[in-house]
Design a protein around this ligand. Sequence first.
Ligand code: MN
Ligand code: MN
Length: 467
Amino acid sequence: MTEEKTAAKLRQEELFLKKENGYDKMDETSLAAMDGYCEGYKQFLNDAKTEREAVKAAISLAEKEGFVPFRRGMDLKAGDRIYVSNRGKALMLAVIGARPLDEGINVGAAHIDSPRLDLKPCPLFEDGGFSLLKTHYYGGIRKYQWLSVPLELRGTVIRGDGVPVEVSLGGEPGDPFLVIPDLLPHLAGAQSEKPLGKAVDPEALNLFLGSQPYPDTEVSDRLKLAALDLLNRKYGITEKDFLSAELCAVPAYPACDVGLDRSMIGAYGQDDRVCGYAALKGLFDARTPEKTAVCVLADKEEIGSMGVGGMQSQAFDTFIDDLCGCLGAHLRTCFENSFCLSADVNAGYDPNFADVYDKRNSCFINQGITLCKYTGSRGKSGASDASAEAMGHIRGILDRADVLWNVSELGKIEAGGGGTVALHMANRNIDTVDAGVPVLGMHAPFEVTGKLDCYMMYLAMKAVYGS
Ligand code: MN
Ligand code: MN
């Protein structure tokens, strides 16, 4: 009797796809490595609250690892480590491999932009005793989540004289924060009757900048003047300079551990810096990979991957074409034989909102990275839908490297949907698979990930590049 059960159990182990908690497979050494990795990741999150800051932080890390700026036509050989900053808002790095580029490259592509509140081109006004800044949200935010949250102002202004000015209000210890106060419950009767998506008017997402008027009772607009006076003294800017600026409000608090057991990380902007950091760190471990390993940290994914820094931009093709030029290969042949892991987060199963998930096709925290054959919405609309062969390729790589992984879709069919940069890579004739870290509260000002999954994402990227 016992023997029969054992046989069935063995048969089950042989045949079933297991959805297991990864902690059962982690020894002391890997747990320590995971913790060390996550400390570095949290620091990266604190240093990189915008795509510009992410590029700066990534370059600073890469240069310590021996990466040098790429120059068109430079002599390249296996093991060389190079990078190109695309206008300071996106980054491409490569470790040259031993094999010819015509045999293809291995790409890790993540995005470093995150949902936030951008300032409008004419943002500053005064009303009700306050100076305020009008915002235009960037990416898919749930507007109510951004109220009564401490915010910082970050970005770059190109002044009238052409001089760039870095703005980081809230970035230094002791700095003041900005906020958009929420409506008090006592007066929220009518608002509470509205559908959640309509409850907050996007034109009412105005940042409170100040309340002390300019000390001269003879002039009008004294609050606006006082605010501009302070901005001018601190940054040398005038109202016109908002036109040539990229300023945004981002959450003011640093990344932290979540849970009594500290097994999770809570922070702003983990979509998709959690994969961006993994794609970067994984590349650092590539010494002389067989095929050239390329890491792309793209901008503008949250608004459709458009523009010069987005994954639809020719900047990527130009960079790889330049490498092909240096090493005597053809771009199209290279792409045809290449593989890309589109590294982006997925919707981790949340028991509080169970009804939007198909539990049998969801990713769960602490099961490792999640492989996603297709994203999109409804009938896979907008998905590049990786082939069985591409899925077979990636699972082989991950299994050989002992990376913990599972499989999922983004929620129930017709519950919503979403996309990544995968289709733009696939459109280049590069076999592309989506994989990433499960996130809870995605696009909220405070997103939650599992440390084990963050670490597995790094191991996955490392395995994709090869060493
Ligand atoms: Mn994303
Ligand atoms: Mn996103």
